[in-house]
Design a protein around this ligand. Sequence first.
Ligand code: GDP
Ligand code: MG
Length: 303
Amino acid sequence: MGLFAKFKAGLQKTHSKLVHEIKRIVTRSPKLDARGIEDLEAALIGADLGMELTTQIIDKVKLSYETQGRDGSDFFTIAAGVVEGSFTQIDSQLKRAPEGLTVVSIVGVNGTGKTTTAAKLASLVQSQGDKALLAACDTFRAAAIEQLKLWGERLKVEVIAGSYGADPASVSHDAVTAALARKAQFLFVDTAGRLHTKHNLMLELQKLHRVMAKQLPGAPHEVLLVLDATTGMNAMNQAREFHKAVPLTGLVVTKLDGTSKGGMVVAIQKELGLPVKFIGLGEQADDLQPFDAAQFAAALFKE
Ligand SMILES: Nc1nc2c(ncn2[C@@H]2O[C@H](COP(=O)(O)OP(=O)(O)O)[C@@H](O)[C@H]2O)c(=O)[nH]1
Ligand SMILES: [Mg+2]
C-alpha cells in the first residue's frame, strides 16, 4: 500500500463522518446560510479539530463564498488547505544523534500504545537499514516484558530486559551499554504506563532519563509521548503534565483507525506546539507512519 492509501485507510472513520456530514450540509444549503455555517462548525468540532482551527476554516469558507461566489464543493479544498497550513512550522523527522547511538524514550499513560509503538519504530528504522535495540523498561508488569520480547522475536530485534520488578533505570543502563556495544543506531526505550498526576512515578521517569544521560551525554535524544486518539481532548492534559515533568520532543498519536475524531491531531499540535512525529493507524508493524501534513489533510477531506 502506498503512503497516501495508508493514511486514507487509517483515517477512514474520521474521513467518512466528516465528508458525509459536510456533503449533507452543503447540498442542503449550497449558498451557506447561517444555519449551514453553524452545522459546518458543529461537524468540524465533532471531529475534534478544535475551536481555533474550526473558526479559521469557517472564516475562510465564508470569505470565499461571499467574495468569490463559490459553492459547497469548494469546502473540502479550503478545509484541507487550512489544516495543512497549520502544520508548516513543524519538523516531524525522528531525531538522530550527530554520531553514534540515538536513544528514544517512549512515555505515556497506560494502554496508549507505547510498547507497540516502540516495536513499530524499531521495525521502521530497521527497514531503512539502521540497527535498532529495544529496552523493556516497563518492569511493572511481567506481561509487558513478554509482549516486547515477542515483538523482538517477530522483528528480529534484540530486546534488553530485566526481571519483573527490577529498577527500570538499571534496565535502561544495561540497554544503553548493549546498544553501544552492538554499534546500534537506535535504542527504543519502552517505559511503564503512568498517570500524569502521579508525582512519584514522574520522578521515576526523570531518574530513568538521568541515568541514560550520565552514560551517554545527550540521551534520551528524543522523548516521545504516546497519546491514544480515542481519548480525545483528555490527551491534551496528559501532554501538558508530562511535558512539565520530562521535556517532550514529540508526540505519537495512536489508534487513529479507531476514531472519527482524528482532528485531535491538529488541535493538539496547535495547542502544545509539539510536533506530531508519528501516527498509529493499526496494530501491525507497518501501521506506524511518519506524520505528513499534506497527506493527513488530504486523507481527512479529499472526496
Ligand atoms: N487499532 C490500533 N490499535 C493499536 C494502535 N497502537 C496500539 N494499539 C493497540 O492498543 C493496545 C495497547 O497497546 P500497548 O502497546 O500494549 O500499550 P501500552 O500499555 O502503552 O504499552 C494493544 O492491543 C495494541 O495492539 C493503533 O495505532 N491502532
Ligand atoms: Mg506497554
